[in-house]
Design a protein around this ligand. Structure first.
Ligand SMILES: NC(=O)C1=CN([C@@H]2O[C@H](COP(=O)(O)OP(=O)(O)OC[C@H]3O[C@@H](n4cnc5c(N)ncnc54)[C@H](O)[C@@H]3O)[C@@H](O)[C@H]2O)C=CC1
Ligand SMILES: CC(=O)C(C)=O
Length: 257
């Protein structure tokens, strides 16, 4: 019986990389995204590689959607082993200009989404009476707060906090809860961050905010989805069974904790 994983926000970017890695290691994977068109395209591409996948459209910030996502996974594949809370959004704003809408939007998706996904997955693991793995998208911004990324950094610190609390409460059920903390990966998220940072700067040109952040990386290259997927793959495997409540950096040497 193959293992079953759900990856939220996996129509593109890091989530897609994670889904592909788990598929290539024999998982059946439920891809999930709010962007239905891209989700359907990605599902077809992965099916074309003979991967065992389905797609479920949903919004992580809606609690009911997260429980429905787990239900769809179990209806299709019979059980659940791994739930990756990957979906997240960004905002670039000088601190003095942060407004209520930005705070609510980012916390709803980046934090509420992780809480609801964790609850839905844990409920299923407890019902199954099996161990289970919950893996959350944190960031270097969950360890270090960045200028212009105040709201985003606060949400990622909150993800780290909920990862610890959930790990402590769910350990008695043999459920582990960990987080991966990527550095600077060239996905649509960083394309947007770069564009916005350039708008607020007098001297940066398009691409230069990304280059500036990347130039600090000790290993001298920006991150790929595969780099991130390698850590998530480990956290999804039995090799990580004795690890819980951790927010592990994978950033090529950028933030040292
Ligand atoms: N790209 C980077 O350098 C880093 C990314 N991260 C985190 O990794 C995760 C993935 O990031 P990327 O792939 O770069 O982002 P991305 O923006 O390229 O992809 C995110 C995906 O999530 C989906 N999504 C957005 N809101 C959603 C919602 N409410 N419900 C369901 N799906 C939704 C989007 O449609 C998109 O397909 C995020 O949590 C992000 O904060 C962390 C550190 C660095
Ligand atoms: C996108 C992100 O997580 C950063 C800037 O750390």
């Amino acid at each position: 019986m193959s293992k079953v994983a759900v990856v939220t926000g996996s129509a593109g970017g890091l989530g897609r990389g994670i889904a592909e890695k788990l598929c290539s290691n024999g998982f059946s994977v439920v891809l999930h995204d709010i962007n239905e068109e891209l989700l359907n395209k990605t599902v077809e591409e992965l099916k074309g590689k003979n991967f065992d996948v389905i797609g479920v459209k949903g919004d992580v910030s809606i609690r009911e959607d997260q429980f429905n996502l787990v239900k769809e996974a179990v209806d299709k594949f019979g059980h659940l082993d791994v739930f990756v809370n990957n979906a997240g959004i960004d905002a670039v704003t000088p601190f003095l200009l942060i407004k209520e809408d930005e705070l609510n939007r980012l916390f709803r998706i980046n934090v509420n989404g992780v809480v609801f996904g964790t609850q839905a997955a844990a409920e299923q693991f407890i019902k199954q009476k099996t161990k289970g793995k919950i893996i959350n998208a944190c960031s270097i911004a969950g360890h270090e707060s960045y200028a212009m990324l105040g709201t985003y950094s606060a949400t990622k610190h909150a993800v780290r906090s909920f990862t610890q609390t959930a790990a402590k409460e769910l350990a008695k059920h043999q459920i582990t809860v960990n987080a991966y903390c990527p550095g600077i990966a060239k996905t649509k998220m960083w394309d947007r961050i770069d564009q916005e940072m350039v708008k607020y700067s007098d001297d940066l040109k398009p691409g230069e905010a990304f280059e500036k952040f990347s130039s600090e990386i000790a290993l001298q290259r920006y991150q790929t989805p595969e780099d991130v997927a390698n850590l998530v793959d480990f956290l999804a495997s039995e090799a990580s069974d004795y690890i819980t409540g951790q927010a592990i950096l994978t950033d090529g040497g950028l933030v040292y904790r």
